[in-house]
Ligand binder design. Structure first.
Ligand SMILES: C[S@@+](CC[C@H](N)C(=O)[O-])C[C@H]1O[C@@H](n2cnc3c(N)ncnc32)[C@H](O)[C@@H]1O
Length: 297
């Protein structure tokens, strides 16, 4: 049986009517949805109660939506440390970046980058992750499955000046002021959502992204089960899936109960950064990536 989506008119609601594209990134993050976030949001209900983003990454959809009330979470602890600092101590976030920007400029950039990377690998922490994300090659952070070791070399680009970063912190702090951040697994976030709430899921693409984002284990089937439970409570869930459904030569079909989603739309995500990195130097033809967006209502 189809559950209708109802929101509580008396609560502090978020409206999607006025959402415009917002392309200013805080972090560089592979697979981020910054350029298409407004497209994704256009498929959300016009009004809803609390917004949940349990696979937060660089928070592109969250910051574009700027909800009245939200919960952003991720299982990658140092990343969540950045979000908590943005929310509770934006001046500390600026300080972290400024100090490390000076460190990078205090010698040969690649050498300095390697020092910061070694420090992060010794003891993972939010402050070093922040500058590494802005400086790593192609914004692609690769992590070893066994121990979370970060291995990406230094990028060719100049990391953003701290003055520009500070302005972004102020903007992002404002856009996320209704949101609380949590270090937790997606299951817990989906469980917290109630009737009239919206959850946007952007999980790692299991076949191509096993080495990214702290290299966590991830099962699509468990996620589908959690979505089913939330839907039964009247939660609206939108799920992004890799539209190409292929990783190298391996086919990755997703199987979920047909009745779980009511609609499927295609969101155009441009060229794939991950492929571009793996194929470095080669020309990209037919690498247009189209994300599937599945909607429970
Ligand atoms: C594809 S990225 C999200 C990108 C995001 N939409 C953006 O625009 O930057 C997936 C995120 O899911 C997180 N993740 C992976 N497994 C998870 C789990 N079991 N629970 C919560 N978060 C998880 C990763 O740390 C990563 O940040």
């Amino acid at each position: 049986m189809q559950t209708a989506f109802k929101f509580d008119e008396h609560k502090l609601n978020t409206s999607t009517d006025t959402v415009k594209p917002y392309k200013t990134q805080l972090l560089k993050w592979i697979g981020n949805k910054q350029r298409f976030a407004h497209e994704i949001i256009s498929f959300f209900p016009k009004e809803f109660n609390t917004y949940f983003e349990p696979f937060l990454g660089s928070g592109a959809v969250l910051a574009t939506l700027a909800p009245e009330r939200g919960e952003g979470s991720d299982c990658f602890e140092p990343l969540v440390g950045i979000w908590k600092a943005l929310s509770n101590e934006p001046e500390l976030l600026k300080k972290w970046y400024h100090e490390r920007w000076n460190e990078l400029n205090n010698g040969e950039k690649k050498e300095q980058y390697e020092k910061i990377k070694a420090r992060y690998n010794q003891q993972s922490n939010a402050a070093d992750l922040l500058i590494l994300s802005r400086t790593a090659y192609g914004g692609v952070m690769r992590f070893r499955m066994r121990d979370g070791y970060m291995s990406t070399p230094c990028g060719v680009h100049k990391p953003m000046h701290f003055g520009t970063f500070n302005r972004r912190v102020d903007e992002w702090h404002n856009r996320t002021k209704g949101t609380e951040f949590f270090h937790r697994e997606y299951e817990e976030s989906l469980d917290r959502a109630r009737e009239g709430d919206v959850v946007y899921c952007d999980p790692p693409y299991t076949h191509s992204q096993a080495i990214l984002y702290g290299a966590q284990k991830f099962s699509q089937d468990d996620l589908f089960h959690c979505i089913e439970k939330a839907k039964k409570r009247g939660v609206f869930v939108a799920l992004s899936l890799d539209g190409s459904k292929k990783s190298g030569k391996e086919d990755c079909p997703y199987s979920f109960p047909k009745s779980l989603f009511k609609r499927e739309v295609t969101v155009n995500c441009g060229k794939s950064m991950l492929r571009r990195f793996q194929m470095s130097g080669q020309t990209l033809i037919d690498e247009q990536v189209k994300d599937r967006l599945l909607l429970t209502h």
